[in-house]
Design a protein around this ligand. Structure first.
Ligand SMILES: C[S@@+](CC[C@H](N)C(=O)[O-])C[C@H]1O[C@@H](n2cnc3c(N)ncnc32)[C@H](O)[C@@H]1O
Length: 212
């Protein structure tokens, strides 16, 4: 996938993952075939584990795409839990709904269609787990909203925070790179969070909310 972890190491990591069931493997194959920017099996597994470690009953995902990461998170929810996932594109949301039925998590997932920056304003917290994977220029605006809606002890995970390494390179940065840098800087400086950037795929930031 990316320029962070060499391909042979990514393949080695992937070779040590549990096998996916046929339904999830089909969504993964669809992602590869149709070139959807989904998290892939290693990061999907990590999101699943983080959801379980947070003992999440209420989870929020921003950026559903075809429902791949959605499935990993939904399958990690505590009994009776719910995942609210937000997707900007209505046609994409329909594909996600079909896939979520196939992967057996429709009963636990509510898809909201629209711009996460607006929708989250109207969502009441607290959430136990939040995964942020929307357009990168939208990251800085969404951070205060999701930070406020996470419970103390909850986990915020954010994708693409290394942006193919561009965040760390000198010279002119495009808007997405600038936005991701601003997001990473704000999260690292926020006393409510203890956080680390995990160099998996395109970089996953993992932040524990330690206080209000
Ligand atoms: C990188 S993909 C998500 C991939 C998905 N999380 C996965 O790994 O399976 C980003 C998705 O977020 C949606 N998106 C982009 N900006 C958004 C926004 N402001 N609000 C809601 N969804 C957005 C896009 O339409 C796209 O489907």
């Amino acid at each position: 996938m990316g320029d962070i972890v060499p391909d042979d190491l990514e393949a080695y990591v992937d070779a040590h993952l549990a096998a996916r069931d046929a339904a999830l493997a089909a969504v993964e194959a669809q992602g590869a075939r149709e070139k959807w920017p989904i998290v892939g099996p290693a990061e999907g597994t990590l999101l699943h584990l983080l959801t379980r470690l947070a003992n999440a009953r209420r989870a929020l995902e921003l950026g559903t795409a075809i429902g791949y990461s959605t499935t990993w998170i939904a399958r990690g929810l505590a009994k009776g839990g719910e995942l609210v996932t937000v997707e900007l594109n209505p046609n994409t949301a329909k594909l996600a709904a079909e896939n979520l039925a196939r992967t057996g998590v429709s009963d636990r997932v509510r898809i909201l269609v629209g711009d996460a920056r607006e929708i989250v304003e109207d969502l009441a917290g607290p959430f136990d787990f939040i995964f942020n994977d929307i357009d990168k220029e939208g990251y800085p605006a969404v951070l205060p909203l999701i930070a406020d809606r996470l419970r103390v002890g909850g986990v915020l995970a954010t994708d693409n925070v290394l942006w193919s390494g561009q965040v760390a390179r000198r010279g002119r940065a495009d808007k997405a790179t600038q936005a991701i840098r601003a997001y990473n800087d704000a999260l690292a400086a926020d006393p409510r969070f203890a956080s680390v950037i995990v160099p998996i795929r395109d970089g996953l930031s993992v932040a524990l909310k330690v206080r209000d």
